[in-house]
Design a protein around this ligand. Structure first.
Ligand SMILES: Nc1ncnc2c1ncn2[C@@H]1O[C@H](COP(=O)(O)OP(=O)(O)O)[C@@H](O)[C@H]1O
Ligand SMILES: [Mg+2]
Length: 365
């Protein structure tokens, strides 16, 4: 194609810079525009193979947003190309994400941090271990309260290992077609073995829980059995993590299949204080705020709840009187969160097995 405005061309580094900026700002549309410009630039330089490859990549991107999704993860644009799909419904069984967190970004108790660091270290040094006939712990079970960091810890382990995070979508895996669920699981594991990654079977209770209550349900039982079998023989450079909020309901047979079980507890006062501090770092804290006292009043809430309190208060400040967050703003956002938690738990105090419902509307309004 003849271009009539050569003066408007950007240099490759300029368009790359735009691409990076759009990525970091979570500007999905800007990212696509910058990517197209970049490709255009390659074509102009007669790099047709590169341009075609990038174009294919962009097309396989499927409109996935670069912005962090509901689960706070950033989709990996190149990762959606060959993920397995459910045959009947043509839905992806796995979503690929680019880890943005490291273990140091998380607030964890000492024991949990040590275990996660050891898991990362063993997998980093897998070759060394194999030389001595040993193998890293790569079949991991994460248990604990919702909002206490199971998903983000899987992301952080992927971040530590510089591997993509593959999130298995259980709603997609469990099919109503006879035999299709087991076939889907096999596809997921085949994919997980195809190259090193951290594969997260998130909220995997979808299987374990139903097995306990619907013992007679043949299909579910078959799924659990094939899951166990595949996991048992799982030898790969991939780290497989299963996460559950309902460890009490899991079949004891499941537990033995894992190399490591990690428990995620509600944060203690010191951890809450640290979470508040980190989440308010950007906006700043008014000298009249005593984060230590505030944190002690928030014991019983999850990491996610505390994070929401900090973010809510920061947002209120931005909208009303821009400046460091005040005691009043924090008090109001804490009260709103307590109400939300109460509504989500049906008026009860949080229990490990109470599934929190995240309401779309703010129940306080
Ligand atoms: N240990 C933690 N340190 C820092 N932030 C956390 C931690 N745990 C949870 N969060 C925050 O809460 C949100 C929900 O956490 P998540 O890992 O999805 O919880 P879970 O998977 O246990 O339900 C995350 O997006 C993260 O920002
Ligand atoms: Mg989770």
């Amino acid at each position: 194609m003849k271009n009539t405005e050569p003066a408007k061309f950007m240099t490759t580094s300029e368009s790359f810079r735009k691409l990076l900026l759009a990525h970091f700002e979570g500007d999905a549309e800007g990212f696509r525009v910058a990517a197209r410009e970049y490709i255009q630039e390659e074509r102009r330089k007669n790099h047709h193979v590169v341009a075609r490859d990038l174009e294919r990549l962009l097309a396989s991107y499927n409109g996935l947003s670069v912005v962090r999704g509901n689960n706070g993860l950033s989709p990996l644009p190149s990762g959606s190309r060959d993920v397995p799909k459910d045959k009947e419904r043509d839905v992806a069984l796995i979503e690929m994400f680019e880890p943005a967190r490291r273990l140091t970004d998380l607030v964890l108790d000492e024991a949990t941090r040590k275990t996660l660091e050891r898991i990362a270290d063993e997998n980093r040094k897998a070759d060394l271990l194999k030389t001595y006939g040993s193998r890293p712990a790569n079949r991991i079970l994460f248990c604990g309260f919702p909002g206490c960091g199971k998903t983000v810890s899987a992301e952080a382990i992927a971040g530590e290992l510089y591997l993509p995070l593959a999130l298995v979508r259980f709603d997609a895996v469990v099919s109503s077609y006879l035999g299709e669920t087991a076939a889907n699981l096999r596809k997921v594991f085949d994919f997980a073995r195809s190259r090193p990654m951290v594969v997260l079977f998130d909220e995997f209770d979808a299987i374990g829980k139903d097995r306990a209550s619907l013992e007679e349900h043949g299909e579910i039982k078959r799924v659990v059995n094939s899951f166990l079998q595949i996991l048992d023989g799982f030898r790969s450079d991939t780290v497989a993590i299963a996460a559950t909020n309902h460890q009490g309901l899991l079949d004891p047979a499941l537990w033995r299949r894992f190399d490591e079980i990690v428990f995620f507890d509600m944060p203690c006062a010191a951890a809450i204080e640290e979470l508040l501090r980190r989440n308010l770092r950007q906006i700043g804290v008014h000298p009249a705020v005593d984060l230590h006292i505030l944190a002690e009043g928030l014991v019983g809430l999850s990491h996610a709840d505390v994070e929401r309190i900090a973010r809510d208060a920061a947002k209120e400040m931005l909208l009303t009187e821009p400046g460091p967050v005040t005691p009043m703003a924090l008090e109001r956002s804490s009260a709103r969160q307590r109400k939300r938690t109460a509504v989500a738990n049906g008026g009860e105090k949080a229990k490990p097995d109470s599934r929190r419902v995240r309401s779309r509307k703010d129940p306080t309004k």
